[in-house]
Design a protein around this ligand. Structure first.
Ligand code: 4AD
Ligand code: MG
Length: 433
């Protein structure tokens, strides 16, 4: 590496120094005596300026080798230049082409169909919009870690291979040696509950899998979920934690990723109104509300995407829908003492029609009721003996939730389809690249 090699984002800090930038060429233009190449390195853009009279002829000559996405090392005088793309400039003194890029680079500056872009996801990731999205995703991930760290939660990693089914959505299964079938985890929650009894307050942060045959803009077969689980929290405390987390994430992105949000053309005024408290709507009232808006939803149904959109219509922040009917939700949710047809749970719906970003509940802590629910659902009792032990030995009030990372990124970044919110999306009809 050349001495004084810097990343593009560091240029303002080293303005006036001769530095080397390593990166890729995104655009070039030349006017006979002066030529420009815009470089990117993942931290930003920088305009390299080649002045014919100021350069050895062989360096000036080499400018024509700069093709879209070739990799280079460029040495020159670092400058802040508001008019340059990225606001940074390098007055070139030396140039090395490291990896040429033939002119058949698949992604050209023109409209491409989304299937073509997904087939070339490994290259599409290099484009400005995708870089901005990944940076927003990263900021959200870090905001989540910092939030929980600050509140004394332990991060607990739950297994991916499991025999205990957590949710009703489709299962990916595989033969597991002599032990029969294993499944890819749909949730880390059940293990999180064991963790809460051991450690008090935990959160998991990892990939989860659903073999759902859903081709919607908000379903992936592999998505990342954050699942906090808290001993001694009831459902009211659970929802307060969710509000605080969402507000912390939104504030963090507004604070540190304004550039990226601008690049993504996000209307940030829609995020600035996200403040606690979030409205809480009883499930029954939500059904009445959407019926009044023409939906044919009826009491007992889980609410679909269209109903969710009707519920958040005109809202400036996420909305909780609370206490769904038992049959619409998973076996582990605690029966609502005030209305035993329902369970103590809430879905958190993002504004602007981005749908459910959180599903959470207080957990059934009564052994007999839990056994009855497992039996009623026809789940294999043997696989849940360890889970039932959590009620046999020192049962405890506890609650938790699952935040879908990609749906959160989609909402905050204003991205229509969540396939762009994960580096390599796994969809029903896509496993390449
Ligand atoms: O509502 P879900 O299914 O809840 C659970 O898995 C619970 N075990 C969570 C818990 O209480 N610990 O999923 C939680 C969230 C949803 O609100 C949604 O944001 C996201 O996970 N999600 C998906 N995201 C992308 N693609 C899919 N197929 C998703 N399914 C759920
Ligand atoms: Mg859900």
């Amino acid at each position: 590496m050349e001495p004084n090699t810097r990343r593009i984002e560091e240029i303002p800090a080293v303005a006036g120094q001769v530095v080397t930038i390593q990166g890729w060429v995104t655009t070039t233009r030349s006017s006979g005596k002066i030529a420009f190449a815009v470089l990117r390195d993942g931290t930003g853009l920088c305009q390299a300026v080649f002045v014919k009279n100021a350069l050895p002829p062989e360096t000036w000559e080499r400018f024509k080798d700069l093709t879209l996405e070739c990799s280079v090392a460029v040495t020159g005088l670092a400058k802040v230049e508001p008019r340059a793309p990225g606001g940074r400039e390098l007055e070139v003194q030396a140039l090395t082409v490291i990896g040429p890029s033939p002119i058949d680079y698949p992604i050209q500056p023109k409209e491409h169909g989304v299937d073509f872009l997904l087939d070339n996801r490994h290259l599409w990731l290099r484009s400005q919009r995708q870089v901005a999205l990944m940076r927003v995703r990263h900021e959200i991930e870090q905001a989540i870690h910092d939030f929980f760290y600050g509140r004394g939660f332990l991060r607990m990693d739950s297994p991916i291979l499991t025999a205990a089914i957590g949710e009703r959505a489709g299962l990916f299964e595989t033969e597991y040696f002599d032990l029969g079938k294993a499944y890819l985890a749909q949730t880390g929650q059940l293990y999180g509950e064991a963790g809460a009894a051991a450690l008090g307050r935990i959160y998991t942060f990892g990939p989860t899998f659903r073999a759902e045959k859903s081709k919607t803009r908000r379903h992936l077969t592999e998505f990342w979920m954050i699942e906090p689980e808290m001993a001694w929290y009831d459902q009211a405390m659970n929802m307060e934690l969710q509000e605080d987390l969402i507000v912390a994430i939104v504030e963090r992105v507004l604070d540190r990723r304004m550039e990226e949000l601008k690049q993504l053309e996000r209307d940030t005024s829609k995020l600035e109104t996200v403040r606690t408290p979030f409205p809480r709507l009883d499930y029954g009232d939500a059904v009445t509300l959407v019926q009044g808006k023409g939906s044919d939803a009826k009491w007992g149904d889980d609410l679909g995407a269209e109903d969710e959109a009707l519920i958040v219509e005109g809202r400036d922040r996420p909305v909780f829908v609370c206490n769904y009917p038992k049959e619409a939700k998973a076996f582990y949710m605690k029966e609502n003492p005030a209305d035993p047809r329902t369970v103590l749970c809430a879905d958190l719906l993002a504004p602007e029609g981005y749908g459910e970003i959180i599903g959470g509940s207080q957990r059934e802590d009564d052994l007999d009721r839990l056994v009855a629910r497992i039996r009623h659902e026809g789940l294999p009792m043997d696989a849940y003996q360890w889970y039932l032990d959590l009620r046999r030995y020192g049962t405890f009030t506890h609650s938790g939730f699952g935040l879908g990372l990609e749906r959160t990124v989609a909402w905050i970044s204003g991205t229509h389809h969540i396939r762009e919110c994960i580096p390599f999306p796994r969809l029903m009809s896509r496993i390449y690249p």
